[in-house]
Design a protein around this ligand. Structure first.
Ligand code: 8IG
Length: 272
């Protein structure tokens, strides 16, 4: 069934419009213009963006399910940052939770329905470059979607050239000269990669590995949003150092970098 014929109550775009309407009612703000998704490791950065005018559980909006991983809080805030009215999602829904790809990209569709034309996606990830020690932010230059799925249905042959806005990347680099760039590879998860999978990633041109972002970028590009992606490398990818990967260490690396990431994010939003 194509998108255009799926018009029942559970149609994802209908649900997104309903959520945006409810968001406007609860916030008293008719339109937001920038949306930010804070992934694991980035959630503490939310407090540095500015004064929160409203903080809700995403479960108060149509179409959401509770996010269930430690460090992922399913909340949404409305924050004025300089000239921008920013919708900030604390935490995201991951494909490995098993609720399907529409649940994964619901935040993106709600943001678009709420008026946002710019989407900033953040995540914590593994890095293949040993020079990127835990706590290093890396700009996403491009992605490789290894999930085997897509949020798009029907003949939506969207262009994925410059999916990660060169202009927004330039803004970021003007604020943080020397910020590295890399290709993000999205795996389904939830298991981390084997060393052999990391060798494959290296062979196909990947620099960063994670379990989010690429599907959200596809959904955002399909509705014409400009996307900025920033990864926080919180571990060196599997098999490179010989150390096993540990989720608690990943969270600790995020905590330690929250202040810097929040400042970077606030500066970027003010320059957009
Ligand atoms: I944080 O090494 C974090 N998320 N797939 N691999 C994948 N996801 C991650 C990793 C990692 N580190």
């Amino acid at each position: 069934m194509s998108e255009s014929t799926r018009t029942d109550m559970t149609d994802p775009n209908t649900l997104a419009r309903e959520a945006a309407t409810e968001l406007a009612r609860l916030t008293g703000v008719a339109r937001h213009d920038i949306a930010i998704v804070l992934g694991s490791g980035w959630v503490p950065a939310a407090d540095l963006l500015g004064d929160t005018d409203l903080d809700l559980s995403v479960n108060d909006l149509p179409g959401f399910r509770a996010a269930g991983v430690a460090g992922h809080e399913g909340r949404v805030r409305s924050i004025q940052v300089g000239d921008h009215r920013v919708l900030v999602f604390l935490g995201r829904t991951h494909l490995y939770e098993g609720h399907g790809v529409d649940a994964v990209v619901h935040r993106v569709r709600v943001a678009a329905a709420a008026g946002c034309r710019t989407l900033i996606l953040t995540n914590a990830c593994g890095g293949l470059n040993t020079q990127w020690q835990p706590g290093t932010p890396v700009l996403i230059r491009d992605h490789i979607n290894l999930t085997g799925v897509t949020p798009l249905l029907g003949a939506q042959f969207i262009d994925m050239t410059d999916a990660y806005s060169p202009q927004l990347r330039k803004v970021c680099k003007s604020i943080a000269p020397g910020l590295a760039e890399g290709v993000y590879v999205q795996f389904h998860g939830p298991q981390y990669e084997t060393p052999a999978e990391i060798e494959m990633v290296r062979a196909i041109g990947g620099d960063l590995v994670g379990m989010s972002t690429a599907l959200e970028t596809i959904a955002a590009r399909a509705v014409g949003m400009d996307v900025l992606g920033i990864s926080l490398v919180t571990n060196i990818a599997a098999g490179i150092t010989g150390e096993p990967l540990n989720h608690e260490e990943v969270l600790a690396a995020g905590q330690a970098s929250a202040q810097r990431m929040g400042q970077l994010m606030a500066d970027v939003v003010r320059q957009i």
